[in-house]
Design a binder for this molecule. Structure first.
Ligand code: PRX
Length: 669
């Protein structure tokens, strides 16, 4: 958990609130207008979960109706809305055009460099209001372009793009023709992209010439070129021109996105997809070094994100301006920038860049400009804003806001209260939403018109969802801490790990049986039945709400010829929730300057995985604490990093090692 004290915020009012353990009932005016204002829905959904989810599926447009809501005859392989046919892009676009909503803005897109940072003048094209009709045309043309390249149903298409309307169109274009998108977060290194393309057998990759980072173009296409040999199945690369950098193009393989789209037909028929046909794969980190390809299918996923988005964010699509500050490259972006909001006909804001570019008030200026009413972000970002100081939000009129959301990691009560007071003006409910790439949609969360919230708790399961806390024997713990599980299937659940059915079963459905989903988090349940997420129970760490595997970082470190062995741990960090600390044993002679090696290795990890995986610290040691059987004892490394008294060291092969590592940890600070 993150530290409770942030430099920019003086102790005072917040501390008083912290001590009183105040709870926050929904404001009456909010409750009166809320989409979910009848507490009976919890009981109704629990009594008839299939009926509950079906009531949401009915709001989608089906090409052919389903015959059965749920087939759970072969757990954990669920089938939802069996026999139904639909198309996700048609549900996000065509349906709204047919309802006469073509002129409604789907995306208010704001470029990072929307204004010239020196003159303050607005750049042409720096702000785009993309209507549903325009997004539909972009999508149809892109779908036609993909079809023209011979791509069709079941083919995997990689997407490695910045936050652009084109990125949304690319995802929807895949959905339109039944291709399966595999989006890789733009902050990952090209080597990670290549790995994910190879694992999924992608036939095409859509990328950009470059991405803007703090006003500077950083090449994407050129980086992809360097790893092209490592993704032999990719036959075509489409390049979106974001920065005008004109990268070299390989004839026959590379194509300009805009040329292909311009030449394509503005109408591309939507492929009728089976409810259980794959919609996308999204790779995420697991306990081993190899990322897991989480597979989501069409009908159930769309049902889950539609229901949760409408109720949890209390979306009133005619009047709200909704902004999810995540990146489309993560599940939060897939479910709550793309599919949920668009299926619900929402008007969203999409911002391309950093929250503090060109200044620390960038987000608040966006909220003011577009009159954002619903804002969804991560605790790490809230803590960064706290550190920058409340004078930045106070420069702007944030009175349009009526609801705030949090996701990605436990939110510490201090950050919760700051968000509530300083951003929400004390009037906006906060929904702390717990979920995962695997769950597809939010699972544990307040409903803002119904739930009395407690800062730091994600509260209770969404209607139709059943969560429990189990002990090691599988007995339920009604009050207290243990292992979090979900005990009832839900429509947006992952169907498998792409091409790894066995790993899917082993990872999630082995521990407590085939019908109990092992989340991978530890949690506590309090006297009111509220859930408090404690942290991961596996080798996954959460840095700024980004999920990383310690094994992945370890195997990257040992792939460097200068490293003989490496051990990676997560340590608590005030800003990022957790931070990565690596202990490495160099190959051969110990280097005279461990700091230089550490710096080099940090860069190495950044180029191999991405900057987000760069260890905060690398400690160079002669040896690591190991058991007699040679297993590295990461628990002792965690104690060392936390400055804690070292527990039992008698099982170690060489107890002196631990003292040596401890002193190096201090020396190399
Ligand atoms: O540990 C939990 C944490 O993030 C993990 C899921 O990460 P990922 O699949 O990348 O998805 C993140 C966005 C949905 C969970 O296992 N987590 C997510 N939301 C919360 C959270 N921990 C505490 N509170 C949350 N609201």
């Amino acid at each position: 958990m993150a530290g409770e004290h942030n430099k920019g915020e003086q102790p005072g009012e917040l501390d008083v609130l912290l001590e009183t353990e105040q709870t926050f009932p929904p404001p009456p005016e909010f409750a009166a207008q809320a989409n979910a204002n009848d507490p009976a829905i919890y009981e109704q959904a629990a009594a008839d979960p299939e009926g509950w989810w079906a009531s949401w599926a009915e709001r989608l447009e089906w090409i052919a109706p389903y015959e059965q809501v749920l087939d759970w005859s072969d757990p954990p392989f669920a089938k939802w809305f069996v026999g139904g046919r639909l198309n996700a892009s048609a549900n996000c676009l065509d349906r709204h055009l047919a309802a006469g909503l073509g002129d409604r803005v789907a995306i208010h897109w704001e470029a990072e460099d929307a204004d010239d940072p020196e003159t303050g003048e607005e750049r042409e094209g720096g702000r785009r209001a993309v209507t549903y009709a325009e997004l539909s045309e972009m999508t149809n043309r892109a779908a036609g372009a993909l079809r023209g390249l011979g791509i069709g149903k079941g083919d995997v298409v990689g997407i490695y793009l910045p936050m652009l309307p084109e990125t949304v169109a690319a995802m929807l274009a895949c959905a339109r023709i039944g291709a399966v998108h595999n989006v890789v977060f733009g902050g990952f290194a090209a080597a990670s992209v290549a790995e994910r393309m190879e694992f999924s057998g992608a036939v095409c990759l859509i990328t950009a010439d470059a991405t803007l980072r703090r006003g500077q173009p950083v090449p994407m296409k050129a980086a992809v070129d360097e790893v092209a040999a490592e993704m032999p199945t990719v036959e075509s690369i489409l390049v979106v021109d974001r920065c005008g950098t004109d990268p070299p193009m390989t004839p026959g393989r590379d194509h300009s996105w805009s040329d292909l789209c311009a030449a394509a037909d503005p109408d591309c028929e939507a492929e009728p997809m089976d409810s259980e046909d794959p919609l996308f794969i999204l790779y995420t980190s697991g306990s081993t070094g190899k990322p897991k390809g989480i597979l989501h299918t069409t009908g159930g996923y769309l049902t889950g994100v539609t229901a949760t988005h409408r109720l949890i964010f209390d979306l009133h699509d005619e009047t709200d301006v909704y902004w999810c500050g995540a990146d489309v490259g993560w599940i939060t972006g897939h479910s709550y920038i793309v599919y949920g909001p668009l299926a619900n006909g929402a008007t969203s804001v999409m911002y391309e860049g950093a929250p503090n570019y060109p200044a620390e008030d960038r987000w608040w200026s966006i909220i003011e400009r577009y009159g954002v009413t619903i804002f969804y972000t991560a605790p790490t970002a809230i803590r960064a804003c706290m550190k920058w100081g409340r004078e930045h939000p106070e420069k702007h009129d944030l009175s349009s806001l009526r609801l705030l959301g949090s996701v990605g990691e436990p939110i510490n009560p201090r950050a919760w209260l700051w968000y509530h007071e300083v951003i929400g003006g004390g009037r906006c409910p906060i929904v702390d939403t717990w979920w995962q790439t695997e769950t597809g949609a939010i699972m544990i969360t307040p409903l803002p018109g119904l739930t009395t919230t407690k800062p730091g708790s994600a509260t209770i399961p969404f209607p139709g969802v059943e969560a429990k806390i189990l002990d090691d024997e599988g007995k339920e713990i009604e009050q207290g801490a243990g292992t979090l599980v979900l005990t009832r299937p839900w429509p947006s659940m992952a169907r498998t790990l792409y091409r790894e059915d066995e790993r899917f079963v082993e990872t999630y459905w082995d521990r407590y049986g085939r019908e109990t989903y092992l989340v991978g988090d530890a949690a506590r349940r309090d006297e009111d039945g509220f859930f408090w997420i404690v942290g991961r129970i596996d080798d996954v760490i959460n840095v700024s709400g980004h999920r990383l595997s310690t094994m992945e970082v370890e195997s990257t470190l040992v792939s460097n010829p200068q490293v003989a062995e490496a051990a990676v741990i997560g340590v608590p960090d005030e800003m990022t929730g957790q931070a990565i600390v690596a202990f490495v044993i160099p190959e051969g002679q110990a280097p005279p300057e461990p700091e230089a090696l550490a710096a080099e290795l940090r860069d190495y990890v950044a180029t191999k995985i991405g900057k987000l995986a760069r260890p905060k610290r690398i400690v160079v040691c002669d040896d690591l604490p190991k058991t007699r059987s040679g297993k590295i004892m990461r628990r002792l490394l965690r104690d060392i990093a936390a400055g804690e008294h070292l527990g039992d060291v008698t099982t170690l092969r060489d107890p002196d090692v631990v003292r040596d590592v401890e002193s190096r940890f201090r020396q190399q600070a």
